[in-house]
Design a protein around this ligand. Sequence first.
Ligand code: HEM
Length: 169
Amino acid sequence: MQSLQEKASQWSGVRADDAFAIDETNLYEKLGLQTFINLSTNFYNRVYDDEEEWFRSIFANSKKEEAIQNQYEFFVQRMGGPPLFSQRRGHPALIARHRPFPVTHQAAERWLHHMQQALDATTDIDQDSKTKMMNFFRHTAFFLVAGDELKNQKQGFPCKHATEKPAAA
Ligand code: HEM
């Protein structure tokens, strides 16, 4: 049976090595906190304004400001910064946290569409970092789709998508 990681690679078209190339550089130190805040703000502005009602409605029970904070704190933590997300929210456990939502192939593509646009609009991110981040996002999105298929099974999902990074010096 294919593992979730293998499904994520197959469906996303991104090899695990490329997805986790975000660990080769400390992107938090390179880009800084404000860049991550800008990226998540830009992303969620697009999501909450999405003309596609089916996608917008997935976020209907979340407050935009909180969704922004949840996301940038996770990105900061995962990309080499202080563990802001875990300090406030606990372990990332991304599959479990997405359990209430319909994380389908179509939803992943829409999420990634908005994230690509948000990355393109965030001018202070260099092209190499954008490529690394997008590979990570794409692989993670389809990892979540694979997890969504297992919704009714109770099991743990060890993975590198949500590794807790030590606080930056
Ligand atoms: C594949 C399509 C995806 C869908 C439909 C989706 C949907 C959602 C929704 C509805 C929320 C709740 C908003 C909130 O209150 O924070 C959420 C939260 C979150 N998502 Fe996603 N997401 C997707 C992909 C991703 C990806 C690729 C990542 C990471 C790279 C991610 C990371 C997070 C994080 C960190 C949270 C906050 C969880 C919390 O604090 O409880 N999501 N997502």
